[in-house]
Design a protein around this ligand. Structure first.
Ligand code: N01
Length: 639
């Protein structure tokens, strides 16, 4: 599928290498070369990154130090090319420790080094893979619901552990979010090196932040490469899953593409249906009376030609911020109905291709992409979290919640002020009045301002009263006639797993038990639902610090640990102890109340109808990794 995960031998001449090095990101290249050559002396003091703040070019390295680093890099790459490199006599652990000390001028804890070694997973290695296999004589099988990013991962791990499994997927292909969201401009807002499986790094990403089609290809290629496609039943939707206590198994009622229903039986179920799967189309009065075409961003109707049309977009979240610019280029008129403005993070290269030189280096320098991932992990994840934490003594709390949070607010305010300096009318509408990170931050390279300033675009901030056959009526009574309405109104994030019915012990239905307020232990297991495991379940969404794939990898390791307890132990079913689950959730809730999204009152999908954050993870990434490394059997009743 044209996706490359392994570096190619270096045959280029010195001039080609020298030219490629102009595009190098040096703070990750030097560690890669030190690791590839085993010569850690190139991590010289004077070449150390000057700052770990995200998005500072070359981490603040002065020009002369950059020149020196490029010279050293040239020499190291030549040595690799000419076969003049002795095998690296250090372990990765030693290299990681030395590199962290070089980057940060302080030692990393053993725990962090361990985590980073897993994250690095150099070519061909997969430290998170199971090191055991189920005895084939054991009768145990698993159903995975969904073949998106998490479901594919679950299948890869089950396969590696020799556990028979079937994936039930409602769509006709793998990819989940990246299959369903085909709206123009759809792309990821976490850098590729990070938004990818640790064990399946790609050395030839075309852009820093992949567009939807590139990611779909990536997930398809992983499904292909790991041979899991044969185990997927496409066009198969799970209607209900019920635990049968006498047989310690789950019975799933599924509906095929032809509408025929059947029952599938398995001993365990892994739900990998995501949090952002079921579109939210708001129940605006008169919605269905609209005479023209209307659709949701996640169900884009590509048959509707927007060229020259009057188009209304309702909602301005992460999806709309991506599709509004291309729609504005096509539409005759674009009317945007904004309820809450966004904070934007300036990322000038958000839409850019990876420059040719950097692309060459990724494709040829062993481990470069891994050290790039390492750099991103170190600088952009847990380091960001304090900016979202509430300082109890900070007043007033309406627009920021701490000194660090206020610094972000000032930075983002200055960005919007500069972007809209010539349009004070628009600035007044786009400047948020809530604390940054209360809701999703949006990456921007200036395209939002350019789009809103277009002659054919108008931004409305009045509320929507109703939809009529002709268009949208705002609270001021004005009817805005349009030909097409696009709903960029997000997903039913709080309604985990719906519309599936999940029935556990004693006939308890999961969504009835939750009553609109989903909770789980580790985000994975729920009392009364033995052998039912969730990926991207309650309180596993990250807001500022990292990639959701990281969470999926942690979740799957934990789930596999649970399955091992079952297939190697005496009991074939395990049920989370209520007191363990409750204590865990109290801890999560207390921590979420210390985070900006826990105290903010602004609209967002980060809180449910009870006002509680059932979505977000309040701690750092290491904490989740530590908790999910292996299950504690004492947290469960074995039945
Ligand atoms: O959905 P949203 P989304 N009347 O819920 C508005 C991920 N994602 O699809 O803010 C009028 O954020 C609503 O207004 P308000 C990412 O995790 C990632 O955009 O509630 N307006 C808001 O403006 C993201 O957070 C990428 O006041 C109504 C919008 O609709 C998540 O998906 C790209 C309304 C909904 O925004 C969801 O993003 C896209 C009503 N009745 C998505 N109801 C990446 O880049 C809702 N709104 C990876």
């Amino acid at each position: 599928m044209g996706i490359s995960r392994v570096t190619e031998p270096i045959t280029a001449d010195d001039d080609t290498i020298r030219s490629a090095l102009k595009d190098a990101f040096l703070p990750a290249l030097l560690p890669a070369l030190a690791h590839a050559t085993g010569d850690l002396s190139i991590l010289r003091d004077e070449l150390r990154p000057r700052t770990l703040a995200p998005a500072v070019p070359q981490a603040g390295l002065p020009a002369e130090a950059q020149d020196a680093a490029r010279e050293l890099a040239l020499e190291a790459i030549r040595r690799i090319r000419d076969g003049a490199v002795a095998p690296n006599s250090h372990t990765i652990e030693e290299d990681v420790k030395r590199t962290v000390a070089w980057m940060t001028d302080s030692p990393a804890s053993d725990e962090y080094v361990h985590l980073l070694m897993e994250e690095l997973a150099p070519e061909g290695e997969d430290p998170r893979a199971p090191d055991w296999r189920m005895d084939p004589a054991v009768r145990f099988s698993v159903v995975v619901i969904g073949a998106g990013m998490s479901g594919i991962l679950a299948a890869i791990r089950l396969q590696q552990a020799g556990i028979p499994y079937t994936i039930l997927e409602k769509n006709a292909d793998v990819g989940g979010t990246w299959l369903e969201n085909t709206y123009p401009g759809a792309r990821v807002d976490v850098s590729n090196a990070f938004y990818s499986y640790s064990f399946a790094q790609r050395v030839d990403w075309p852009t820093h932040y992949s567009a939807q089609g590139t990611l779909l290809d990536y997930f398809r290629s992983c499904a292909e490469e790991y041979g899991i496609r044969a185990n997927i039943r496409f066009g198969t939707e799970v209607i209900e899953a019920a635990f049968d206590e006498p047989s310690r198994s789950w019975r799933l009622r599924v509906k095929g593409a032809d509408g025929a229903e059947e029952t599938v039986v398995a001993q365990a179920v892994i739900s990998a249906v995501g949090q952002l799967n079921r579109p939210n189309v708001p129940n605006i009065p008169g919605r269905d009376s609209f005479a023209g075409p209307s659709f949701h961003s996640a169900r884009w109707n590509h048959d509707v030609d927007l060229a020259g049309k009057r188009v209304a977009v309702i909602g301005t979240g992460a999806s709309a911020a991506q599709f509004i610019p291309p729609v504005a280029e096509q539409a005759g008129e674009l009317l945007i109905f904004q309820r809450t403005p966004n904070w934007f993070v300036p990322v000038p290269h958000y839409y850019d291709s990876i420059p040719a030189g950097l692309a060459w280096l990724y494709r040829h320098v062993p481990h470069y992409i891994h050290w790039q991932r390492f750099w991103l992990f170190w600088t952009t994840t847990d380091g960001m979290l304090p900016a979202a934490r509430v300082d109890e003594s900070w007043q007033p709390r309406d627009r920021s919640v701490s000194q660090r949070n206020d610094e972000l607010r000032q930075l983002f305010t200055a960005y919007l002020q500069a972007q809209f300096a010539d349009r004070p009318d628009l600035l007044a509408k786009v400047l948020p009045g809530y604390a940054p990170a209360s809701k999703r931050l949006i990456l921007d390279n200036g395209i939002w301002a350019r789009t809103l300033k277009r002659e054919n675009v108008r931004l409305y901030t009045e509320g929507i009263r109703e939809v009529t056959p002709a268009g949208v009526v705002t609270d001021d009574g004005v009817e805005h006639a349009v030909d097409v309405i696009i709903y960029g109104t997000g997903f039913q994030a709080s309604k985990f797993l719906t519309p599936m019915r999940i029935v556990g012990r004693d006939g308890i239905e999961l969504n009835e038990q939750w009553d609109g307020d989903a909770r789980a232990y580790m985000g994975i297991t729920v009392p009364h639902f033995p052998n039912f495991f969730m990926m991207y379940g309650p309180n596993t969404n990250i807001v500022v610090n990292g990639s959701i794939i990281y969470f999926s990898e942690c979740e799957m390791r934990y789930i596999l640990g649970c399955l091992r307890l079952l297939v190697e132990g005496e009991s074939r079913a395990m049920d989370c102890r209520p007191e363990v689950h409750d204590a865990y959730n109290e801890r999560i809730d207390a921590a979420n109340r210390q985070m900006v999204w826990g105290v903010a009152t602004v609209n967002s999908w980060y809180r449910n109808e009870k006002g509680r954050s059932a979505q977000n993870w309040p701690f750092n990434l290491v904490e989740y990794w530590r908790q999910t490394r292996e299950p504690n059997p004492e947290d469960y009743s074995f039945i």
